[in-house]
Design a protein around this ligand. Structure first.
Ligand code: AMP
Ligand code: GLY
Length: 427
């Protein structure tokens, strides 16, 4: 089989490595890939959002199956376009991807179908938004841009002045472009966060092993929000009882709600949950695999990924057995110094071992390129050093040992990935 994967980060590198485990896979093409991906797939300089370019390539190369991984091509309708030219795909159609593409849509969906989420109001007028926040006078409060904003469209404000600044920058200075023309103002929730990715074909819901992301740039959850600085799986806060409650109150109701709205979701649905004192609440939905959640979750998947993805696409997920390994996985992201703000790229990455760094370790490339026989940094998040172990301390120890052996100028990583999870395990 000839496969096509759309995307260019650590998540896509992980998906490609996993797909290659199936002996039927003869070749994988990727738009547009990165330095590491170029060793595992044939890369094309076609942007993941270039629908015409991707379709033209898929047709010319007679691709048998495509996986659309990032949010923006999904929201733009890449799956619809590929399906139309007869190429089976993994990923939701644009109608269903709106669950991530519009926070207003997802909040209204949850309200309509009684799915637990923070109380909220929607505004497209800055003065009205400010008036509401002033009258409510409860801080902190959360302000979210309606549309996609590279994971940065959420601001938690602690007082009236910060609220004013946030609304001004989103709605009047348009720091997130048109994504911030409409905003959601919502109640601030507290509790441990859990990421749950689930395969669904609209009829069956198969949650994968849970994970914990570390979104802030610096140790102790300080610094700015990033795409994610590291992950562990499973998430020890996510007990079997909580998993059962989430299935009943969140996962299945979401699948049913999307069906009732005529927006059947097929693909990987990402539930960003907060375990509040009142029970599990949905913080956000994503219409795709998370990054860097995928690195730890797929590392623990024991079943064949391509078979599952094909079953999702055909609506035959019920017949599929999906197994995860025992043990734990950890991913430490190596980033360019300064990320998520200003950073320099083009530095040589040293210490990479062609055969994987050590048994049980995988290095997934995110912002890298391969030039003149060398890997160079080419983005904010550079590598996701991922390891498995019998338990979490072992997985973390292996991941950090491998991460420390890799160097590049300005390399930054958090030293406390998994620390909160280890604390939760002690309790
Ligand atoms: P999101 O992009 O929606 O995942 O939000 C980014 C981060 O902001 C989340 O991972 C949470 O840590 C935080 N967050 C979002 N919504 C809330 C909320 N209602 N209460 C508290 N924290 C929130
Ligand atoms: N790691 C969070 C996300 O992929 O949105």
């Amino acid at each position: 089989m000839k496969l096509l994967v759309i995307g260019n980060g650590g998540r896509e590198h992980t998906i490609i490595r996993k797909l290659k485990e199936n002996p039927q896979v003869k070749e994988i093409l990727c738009c547009s890939g990165n330095g590491g991906i170029s060793k595992d797939a044939r890369c094309f300089p076609i942007k993941p959002t270039d629908i015409d370019g991707v379709c033209e390539l898929a047709k010319r190369e007679a691709v048998d199956f495509a996986v659309v991984a990032p949010d923006d091509p999904l929201v733009l309708g890449m799956v619809d376009a590929l399906t139309q030219i007869g190429i089976p795909c993994f990923g939701p159609t644009a109608d269903a991807a709106v669950i991530e593409g519009s926070k207003v849509f997802s909040k209204n969906l949850m309200k309509k179908y009684g799915i637990p989420t923070a109380g909220y109001e929607v505004f497209d007028d800055p003065a009205q938004a400010m008036q509401y926040i002033q009258e409510k006078n409860e801080f902190p409060i959360v302000i979210k841009a309606d549309g996609l904003a590279l994971g940065k469209g959420v601001l938690i404000v602690k007082n009236l002045q910060e609220a004013k600044d946030a609304i001004h920058s989103m709605m009047e200075e348009h720091i997130f472009g048109t994504s911030g023309s409409t905003i959601v103002v919502e109640e601030f929730l507290t509790g441990p966060e859990v990421s749950v990715l689930a395969f669904t074909d609209g009829k069956t819901m198969c949650p994968m092993v849970s994970s914990m992301d570390h979104k802030r740039a610096l140790d102790n959850d300080e610094g700015l929000n990033t795409g994610g600085m590291g992950t562990v799986a499973p998430n020890p806060c996510y007990t079997p009882d909580i998993a059962k409650e989430c299935m009943e109150k969140i996962f299945l109701p979401t699948m049913d709600a999307m069906n009732k709205e005529g927006r059947t979701f097929k693909g990987c649905l990402y539930f960003g949950l907060m375990l509040t004192p009142k029970g599990p609440y949905v913080i956000e939905y994503n219409c795709r695999f998370g990054d860097p959640e995928t690195q730890v979750v797929l590392e623990m998947l024991d079943s064949d990924l391509l078979t599952i993805m094909q079953a999702v696409s055909k609506g035959e997920l019920a017949r599929q057995e999906i197994r995860f390994r025992d043990g734990c996985a950890a991913c430490v992201v190596l980033a360019s110094g300064g990320y998520p703000q200003h950073y320099e790229t083009g530095y040589e990455i040293c210490g990479l071992d062609e055969n994987g760094q050590a048994p049980g370790v995988s290095v997934y490339h995110a912002g890298t390129k391969f030039e003149d026989g060398k890997f160079l940094t080419a983005g904010g998040r550079v590598l996701g050093v991922t390891a498995t172990g019998e338990n979490l301390p072992q997985a973390l120890q292996k991941a950090y040992a491998a991460a420390d052996a890799i160097t590049f100028k300005g390399k930054h990583c958090r030293r406390d990935i998994g620390a909160r999870a280890l604390k939760a395990l002690e309790k």
